[in-house]
Write a protein that binds this ligand. Structure first.
Ligand SMILES: [Zn+2]
Length: 326
């Protein structure tokens, strides 16, 4: 970043308010929001962490059965919903429903099917309404090459976009994470700018698909959970970047690093150092861009820490002194 740009941008900005989600212990019955309360086969219940979703949100799903569950699959508007078993909970499966930050508002049917260990069919359905996300629009000034890239740079960015899409399109069938997800910077409890629509040097840009976490250059960046490194390279827009596959179609993304300390194929534990905070790529200053993809849906990663994590991060409205791009 250019120092003069940073100073020019050192204005107060309003950060988005993110809906708070109920903790795991306070899931609501899916039937409460469906026209027909009896949405499951006998002996089975479906509960969601919130009765309605919004663009960029993440819902925790619980399927419970009177009998031990053999297998469960989920489908939400043509996208599969990852389910897993927590510990010895044979009569329960947890799932995550990711709502892409650009998903069209409306009602989408969640269908859960499966069978008990003894082979009896299980099925549930519920309509999940999606509201428009409350995302602010911000105007930013970045280096000219990032808004008016050359044909070579456009080609490079397109190839990188395809590479990332190919990664996010594939889902490792087993769960690689184990336990709570964490925020990747020590001592940081919140992030900003998720979903913001941006005007870059006067031109409309793509929405901001992650959260920006404050950090000075050189601050260690830690893996949010156990997984496998599937990308570790410099990207045109995201700068030095790392992607960790946590299994079941769940990926975390770490961008703008000053240094990458991981390589593709590395099996990482929660908290493993992936690199250091920096200001590479399209930025207005050093910070960590942290993203989360759940079955191809770009969602707010702070919600994953709230739903499968330790102390809840702050996701409410607050003031920030600086604007950060990308
Ligand atoms: Zn960012």
């Amino acid at each position: 970043m250019k120092a003069s740009q940073g100073r020019a941008l050192r204005k107060r900005c309003e950060c988005i308010a993110v809906a708070c989600f109920a903790a795991i212990g306070a899931l609501v019955p899916a039937g409460a929001m469906a026209k027909d309360a009896n949405v499951c086969t006998a002996g089975t219940t479906l509960r969601l962490s919130t009765p309605e979703a919004s663009q960029g949100s993440l819902l925790l799903i619980q399927v419970r059965s009177a009998k031990p569950i053999g297998e469960v699959q989920g489908d939400w508007g043509g996208r599969s919903v990852p389910f897993w078993q927590e510990g010895a909970g044979e009569t329960q499966r947890n799932g995550l429903l990711g709502v892409d930050l650009e998903k069209a508002p409306g009602e989408y049917e969640l269908k859960v099917t499966g069978q008990t260990a003894s082979g009896e069919k299980i099925s549930c359905s519920a309509m999940v309404p999606v509201k428009k996300g409350l995302f602010a629009t911000e105007k930013l000034h970045v280096e000219k090459q990032f808004v008016e890239p050359s044909p070579e740079q456009i080609k490079r960015a397109d190839e990188e976009r395809k590479k990332l899409r190919d990664i996010f399109d594939s889902a490792t069938p087993e769960r690689l994470w184990d336990g709570n997800f964490r925020i990747p910077l020590e001592g940081v409890t919140t992030g900003t700018n998720f979903g913001k629509r941006r005007i870059l040097n006067g031109n409309p840009g793509s929405p901001h698909s992650g959260v920006d976490l404050p950090g000075t250059t050189g601050t260690l960046v830690h893996a949010a959970q156990r997984g496998r490194v599937v990308l570790a390279e410099e990207l045109f827009f995201a700068g030095n970047a790392v992607v960790v596959d946590h299994g079941l179609g769940i990926y975390t993304f770490y961008g703008h690093l000053s240094e990458i300390d991981a390589k593709v194929g590395d099996a990482v534990e929660t908290g493993a150092v992936l690199g250091k905070v920096g200001a590479t790529g399209r930025v207005t200053g050093p910070h960590l861009h942290w993203g989360l993809t759940v079955e191809r849906a770009r969602v707010n990663p702070l919600l994953l820490v709230q739903l499968i994590g330790g102390p809840s991060p702050q996701t409410g409205r607050r003031k920030s002194r600086k604007r950060r791009a990308n």
